[in-house]
Design a protein around this ligand. Structure first.
Ligand SMILES: Nc1ncnc2c1ncn2[C@@H]1O[C@H](COP(=O)(O)OP(=O)(O)OP(=O)(O)O)[C@@H](O)[C@H]1O
Ligand SMILES: [Mg+2]
Length: 294
């Protein structure tokens, strides 16, 4: 039996400014139940790829398909209705609302789904359910990330798009975030995850793509890419010796990255936490302005 294609980008060219494309013929796909990782250097267009799916950047050529239907250029509300769930990297919770109301916002198009979907999210994130009346603004970065994922899961999405779920978290919290993502996927949710932490991303991804200059440069299974000398040399190597990380490694030589690891295992040495300027990529725009400072 062939796997059901959930999401497909065919030769997508997209950009923000007239005449300047950031995606230059990018093709990726995700089949039912897959966890797809997208890695690549800063500025490669990873966030833009998710925005191209979520109607937040002009797709000038090529197409985006969901279950075979052309969804190129549809607005966020239509996309959510059709089954695309998006968790932007920043500004992804409503700080003045409670955890429960954040989740309610996720189901606002179909309030009748709330109870059933709340149960699903509560099973994944029991700590959120216990604290459902607490304001999201008072939560830690990792907890906010859970609320944001929970909110996107409220509409029972066909595909969940995650932009750097581990960004800004401490190494231990990063491991936890990856385990949560893997758990959501085990529940049957197809996921496309952009990640800066390439090794961790490849460890949990069924398949992955390296995005370079707006094109899918390499693809393969997560494991094969972890061990592919070309990927290591050109991409994992580059990412692992990112200037700031290099400086950090010189201070703490014991924190060097592992050669390759088969599973996410918190006991392993962990890559230093990326310290990057936060970017305010695509987000829902409620009247109460979300905020992700923590
Ligand atoms: N709103 C925007 N307007 C104009 N240019 C933009 C906009 N957002 C991103 N870009 C440009 O698009 C390019 C790709 O950005 P993008 O955010 O997709 O990269 P990325 O791979 O996600 O990088 P990072 O790893 O730093 O998150 C960059 O050169 C960036 O400056
Ligand atoms: Mg990005």
């Amino acid at each position: 039996m062939t796997a059901q294609r959930v999401l497909e980008l065919n030769e997508v060219h997209a950009g923000y400014l007239p005449g300047v494309n950031i995606l230059n013929g990018c093709s990726i796909h995700a089949d039912q139940g897959e966890l797809i990782g997208i890695i690549g250097p800063n500025g490669a267009g990873k966030s833009t790829l998710l925005k191209a799916v979520f109607g937040q950047v002009n797709v000038r050529e090529g197409e985006v398909k969901l279950h075979g239907d052309n969804i190129t250029g549809l607005g966020a509300d239509k996309l959510v209705e059709k089954g695309v769930g998006m968790v932007p990297q920043n500004n992804n919770v409503f700080p003045s609302l409670s955890i429960e109301d954040n989740l309610r916002m996720g189901a606002f198009q179909k309030p009748s789904l709330f109870n059933e979907r709340f149960e699903f999210v509560a099973d994944l994130f029991p700590e959120l359910a216990k604290r459902r009346k607490q304001r999201a603004g008072g939560l830690s970065g990792g907890e906010r990330q859970m609320v944001a994922m929970g909110r996107a899961l409220m509409m029972d999405p066909a595909v969940l798009l995650l932009d750097e779920p581990s960004a800004g978290l401490s190494p231990v919290r990063q491991d936890e975030a990856f385990l949560r993502v893997a758990e959501i996927n085990k529940q049957g949710v197809t996921i496309v995850m952009v990640e800066q932490n390439a090794r961790r991303c490849l460890q949990i991804s069924h398949r992955a793509y390296v995005l370079d200059q707006g094109k899918d440069a390499y693809t393969g299974s997560g494991r094969s890419m972890l061990n592919d000398p070309k990927v290591i040399e050109l991409y994992l190597g580059t990412l692992a010796t990112d200037v700031e990380e290099k400086a950090h490694n010189e201070e703490q030589p014991a924190a060097a990255a592992p050669e390759a690891a088969p599973e996410v295992a918190p006991a392993e040495p962990t890559l230093p936490e990326p310290k990057r300027a936060s970017d305010a990529h695509g987000t829902p725009s409620p009247e109460d302005k979300p905020d992700s400072s923590s």
